[in-house]
Design a protein around this ligand. Structure first.
Ligand SMILES: [Cu+2]
Length: 122
């Protein structure tokens, strides 16, 4: 009985850690020059890599998403600020075209917002 309770507590702690605390590469940044430079984002192991993309303001951009994560949750990619919602086929590269953006920080995420990344437009 005691062991079962212990296992349960460890499981709960793991779930909390996985969904709320674990965020590798959060500080990783990629400097990109929009069109011309390739911006590639891997969708793998529950994260976007890199998850912070720096883009130039007032310039259209193209980002390539490469989805390696089989989780169905990773299949939908949403840029709420630009009303972009796209499907990412598994093991394929999907190009997302973004309109010219004003300076600011824009989020993108999966359908349930468990995968999250940011565009930093400067
Ligand atoms: Cu999700």
């Amino acid at each position: 009985m005691l062991i079962i309770n212990f296992v349960g507590i460890v499981l709960i702690a793991f779930i909390v850690w996985w969904f709320w605390l674990y965020s590798p590469n959060n500080k990783q940044k990629k400097l990109a020059n929009n069109i011309g430079d390739e911006v590639n984002i891997m969708v793998q192991d529950g994260v976007y890599q890199p998850s912070n993309i720096i883009l130039k303001a007032n310039t259209p951009s193209v980002i390539k998403f490469i989805r390696k994560d089989p989780s169905p949750c990773a299949a939908t990619l949403i840029f709420p600020d630009f009303e972009i919602s796209d499907e990412l086929p598994l093991n394929k590269t999907t190009e997302i075209s973004l309109p010219p953006m004003e300076k600011g920080k824009y989020v993108f995420h999966c359908s349930m917002q468990m995968y999250k990344g940011y565009l930093v437009v400067e």
